[in-house]
Ligand binder design. Structure first.
Ligand code: DGY
Length: 327
């Protein structure tokens, strides 16, 4: 029997490609940049399975162009690039990679917090530029991290890991989310559930970990930034559009907040002439919070497992829309 066909929209770990190749005829998009839309539509024309990335728009148009498509496997925990209604309507299971990147992403969010507070990027750049002339009592000052109040917006898997990391720095935690964590957990990690406004007003550091939904789009804009302390360090390792970038620029430029450290931006990649890139008090890295070797390997193999389950007509373990199996 002929093997099913699969399009893998970017190079992933070879271990994962080998797993897929044992079951299917695989084409891998070799370029660093995503396939252009017309090419992607062409590539999926006769595939049974698609392994997609956040950067690939998987909408009804793509599904129309892929009449044989019976599984989509996304190598990410987020899937806002996929039209889930369309996939579910067509009975196509969509896989994703939850859990495996939680701690790695929290590690990075904490690294960003520390880097922005202690001005690591500015300091390193100054050294490279030959500007280290002397030790000076007033050079490169920033806020202490230990003992400071950490505000966490979105206390899901990654938010909770952030809270755990903060324990080592003796940071009391204020948090806001649509649901509250169990009391025992709040006590264990010194967390207090508060209104959004209170978290914004009372935190020395704020780390954003909400999903991007219509409700969280520009959750942080002028009004919210105005509530924050003038020294606050704002971290975003969730999704760029949760923070209004124009409002953030104004707040950083006017020093109405202290600093920001972003793993994600709106749009991605950020334009080279974006004013945020002109600011010393803003660190931006290219959406790499999950980029440890072990985590990206596990994301790759997990995406392969989901894809293979879909090709075999088996239930995938990590499925965004398990309701497709009820039919
Ligand atoms: C995800 O998985 O959604 C991240 O943003 C990339 O690891």
């Amino acid at each position: 029997m002929a093997k099913p066909k699969v399009f893998v929209a970017r190079q992933i770990f070879q271990e994962a490609l080998d797993m897929i190749a044992a079951e299917a005829e695989v084409e891998v998009w070799p370029d660093e940049l995503p396939p252009p839309r017309d090419v992607l539509l062409q590539k999926v024309a006769d595939v049974d399975g698609l392994l997609s990335l956040l950067t690939d728009k998987v909408d009804g148009g793509l599904m129309d162009a892929a009449p044989k498509l019976r599984v989509i496997s996304q190598i990410a925990v987020g899937y806002e690039n996929i039209d889930m209604k369309e996939a579910t309507r067509r009975g196509i299971p969509v896989g994703y990679t939850p859990g495996v990147l939680t701690r790695t992403t929290a590690d990075m969010a904490f690294a960003l917090l520390m880097a922005a507070a202690r001005r690591l990027v500015e300091g390193a750049e100054a050294v490279k530029a030959g500007k280290w002339k002397t030790w000076h009592p007033l050079h490169f000052l920033g806020p202490d991290i230990h003992g400071a109040t950490l505000g966490i917006l979105g206390m899901g898997r990654i938010g909770l890991e952030m809270a755990k990391r903060a324990q080592g720095f003796e940071m009391p935690i204020l948090y806001n989310d649509v649901i509250r964590r169990p009391k025992e957990e709040e006590e264990q990690y010194h967390m207090r559930f508060e209104s959004l406004d209170t978290v914004l007003k009372e935190s020395d550091f704020i780390s954003v970990h909400v999903n991007l939904t219509p409700d969280t789009y520009h959750l942080i804009s002028d009004q919210e930034l105005d509530l924050m302390k003038p020294t606050v360090v704002l971290v975003n390792a969730a999704r760029g559009p949760v923070i209004d970038p124009k409002a953030l620029y104004r707040a950083l430029k006017n020093k109405s907040i202290g600093a920001a450290a972003l793993d994600v931006t709106e749009p991605e990649p950020i334009a080279i002439d974006d004013p945020l890139l002109t600011l010393d008090n803003c660190i931006i890295v290219p959406h790499i919070a999950s980029a440890s070797v072990a985590t990206r390997l596990r994301m790759s193999t997990m995406a392969a497992e989901n894809l293979i389950a879909g090709l075999r007509g088996e239930k995938m373990v990590n499925c965004v829309n398990p309701e497709v199996y009820q039919r």
